[in-house]
Ligand binder design. Sequence first.
Ligand code: FE2
Length: 166
Amino acid sequence: MAMDSLEALFEDGLRDMYYAEKKLTRILPKMAKKATSPELADAFTSHAEETEGQVERIEKVFELLDKTARGKRCEALEGLSAEGDHVMEEAEEDGVMDAGLCASAQAVEHYEIARYGALIAWAKQLEMTDAADLLVETLEEEKAADEKLNGIAEKVNPMAERKEAA
Ligand SMILES: [Fe+2]
């Protein structure tokens, strides 16, 4: 696709996030299974459900654009996902697993927050108010998920440290 306009850039970014969100609907349940803190597991499970809705919102934005919803391999998410896999494979202590998973999930949230921020700005620039409104709903969910993880990190990080101090 020729990237010759803000519309094209917007559509390209949307495809990137469509791929990312769909992949996250599969990754988050895996992270929920690996988390040892029930609170962290619940946070992953509820965000996985929220993510299903985020996929649907992107589909609605494609509809508003009169385009078929299609994803495009998102290299950033692939990289962040590989880092998460590394934690899941290598963490040898419960606390270390949780602290690592929490940080991996927050890296994903921050990526999403950056991307949705740009998409919303572009949608507004293109006077696509309905699209911007849908994406704002998702952005708010990502910010709330990040905030929740901040709180959980404060509880799981000390658990990761305890073993070493003993
Ligand atoms: Fe998301």
